[in-house]
Design a protein around this ligand. Structure first.
Ligand SMILES: Cc1cc2nc3c(=O)[nH]c(=O)nc-3n(C[C@H](O)[C@H](O)[C@H](O)COP(=O)(O)OP(=O)(O)OC[C@H]3O[C@@H](n4cnc5c(N)ncnc54)[C@H](O)[C@@H]3O)c2cc1C
Length: 396
């Protein structure tokens, strides 16, 4: 077992951290206030190879491993504390990877190069107004019609709806197939028959969340991702990848909070001593650090499992992968939230101000507690299923 990063991984991690310090931190409040990530930030990300970075080089990406992408996700989450840039980054990394693995040659050539160059957005659309956890109960349908598929229905709480509309691009969209099973389809947002709506969120304001309505929206057969009728499994593979990167971004945010807090408690005094000397605060820091460190290595192992098995098309370790991914997605968002919340309290009244900016992180990380990329109870259900067996699933 070797926990060392390779020289290449370390160099890339350093480069992304520098980009985070120099560009993302400088822009995060503007990203939050303006409700979008500035074009120059996306340009720099594309230049560094950060957009859809696991996509193979022939489609414009850098063919990065899940481990390298995980390391970058930590740094993007540390850099833009609002999490908006991290969401943009990880959706494209996770779902770009899935499109590259399971898409037709035509759709890969059409979609991936502009996504990797920052000229289009790629996301995921599974959630519906009637619910996101019970995906098998979804109502959006697709049926074969000549040389394409026709979609009817509605998706909700989908990230990047406005970005896909304004930049170009679309979402990998899970639908119930009229012919049986599920079809996973790449759906360009600007297709005829699609209407969009933006929701007003409380955080990560720099990336939109909204609804998509499909009124007989048509996509070519080449937009099918994975085999016809078998899209559910492909989407689940994508969730394993995306949830690992979500967890990594949360770990980056947690470390940023602790670093901010450590600097402050060494400087700020009360009762004649720096706050850092008081065990009530120092021990809290140590407990949080220990938990973040544990989940960080758990997350890197999840990425390693993906690289070693799932992303090689080897599903012989599916249960181990599912357990590792569900465990980090269950642990990383709450510990990140706890770190931000505790550090806000170390700051006292200043922690409650927009100037200090900790509230950005609190609002951003909260999205992963309420449900983005799967609610915490869904992670518990996956873990319960893998530990006890399918017969103990809490639903039929
Ligand atoms: C900021 C943000 C961005 C998002 N971006 C996207 C996106 O890009 N694409 C997309 O498709 N979706 C997106 N989502 C939606 C997300 O996937 C859903 O929120 C999630 O799947 C949960 O679905 P739901 O919100 O409908 O909650 P519900 O499914 O209605 O569940 C409500 C609550 O009940 C819990 N619950 C559900 N079933 C059980 C059970 N059997 N036992 C115990 N508890 C249970 C859930 O964990 C949750 O806490 C986003 C959400 C947010 C907040």
């Amino acid at each position: 077992m070797d926990f060392r990063l390779t020289d290449e991984e370390e160099a890339f991690q350093t480069a992304v951290r520098k980009f985070g310090d120099r560009v993302l931190r400088a822009h995060e409040k503007r990203i939050d206030a303006d409700g979008r990530i500035p074009a120059e930030v996306l340009r720099e990300m594309a230049h560094l190879g950060l957009l859809a970075m696991p996509v193979p080089e022939e489609y414009g990406g850098m063919g990065a491993s899940a481990v390298l992408t995980e390391l970058a996700a930590e740094e993007v989450g540390r850099g833009d504390f609002s999490m908006a840039t991290a969401v943009f980054f990880l959706l494209e990394a996770g779902w770009g990877h899935i499109l590259a693995r399971h898409g037709s040659e035509g759709v890969k050539r059409e979609v991936l190069p502009p996504v990797c160059a920052g000229n289009a957005f790629l996301g995921i659309a599974t959630t519906e107004p009637t619910g996101g956890s019970d995906l098998a109960g979804m109502r959006t349908t697709s049926h074969r019609d000549g040389d394409g598929f026709v979609l009817r229905g509605e998706k909700a709480f989908v990230s990047g709806v406005e970005e896909a509309k304004s930049l170009g691009g679309g979402h990998l969209t899970l639908t119930k197939s009229a012919e049986g099973g599920f079809n996973f389809l790449y759906v360009p947002t600007n297709s005829p028959g699609i209407a969009t709506q933006r929701f007003q969120n409380m955080g990560r304001m720099g990336i939109s969340t909204g609804g998509l309505t499909y009124a007989d929206a048509r996509v070519p057969a080449a937009h099918l991702v994975g085999p016809e009728g078998k899209g559910f499994g492909v989407a689940m593979e994508g969730f394993s990848v995306a949830r690992t990167f979500v967890s990594a971004a949360c770990i980056g945010a947690a470390e940023r909070a602790l670093e901010t807090g450590m600097a402050y408690i060494k400087e700020r005094s009360a009762f004649g001593a720096p706050l850092a000397k008081f065990e009530g605060i120092q021990f809290e820091l140590v407990d949080l650090f220990t938990q973040v460190e544990a989940v960080k290595w758990q997350c890197r192992r999840a990425a390693w499992l993906l690289d070693t098995y799932t992303l090689q098309g080897d599903h012989s370790h599916r249960s181990e992968v599912d357990r590792a991914v569900a465990a980090v997605k269950l642990t990383a968002p709450p510990i990140a939230f706890e770190c931000v919340k505790r550090v806000m309290m170390w700051f006292g009244a200043a922690g409650y101000t927009k100037d200090v900016g900790l509230e950005l992180g609190l609002r951003g990380v909260m999205s992963y507690l309420v449900g983005a990329e799967g609610g915490l109870n869904i992670m518990r259900i996956i873990l319960g299923r893998e530990l006890l067996g399918k017969e103990f699933l809490p639903y039929p």
